[in-house]
Design a protein. Sequence first.
Length: 82
Amino acid sequence: MSPASANGGPVAPGTKVMSLRLPEELAAEIEAIARVEKVSVSEAIRAGVYRYIAFRRADKDFQQRLRKQMEEDLAVIERLAE
């Protein structure tokens, strides 16, 4: 049985369903933006997530922290594999 989306329809392959808690004011704002742009709330949120990821990728400080975290994670994985 394939997973269902929030509206009960099937979930597209390669898609992960996630829940999100927002303050009411922020939820109302994203809903209004979605209506004006004539897209779903999910699509409006996806657009924001894509922009946030691009912003982080371009941030040199974030990239340094990411590499440090990757090294720490690798050390733990290697210990677990022993």
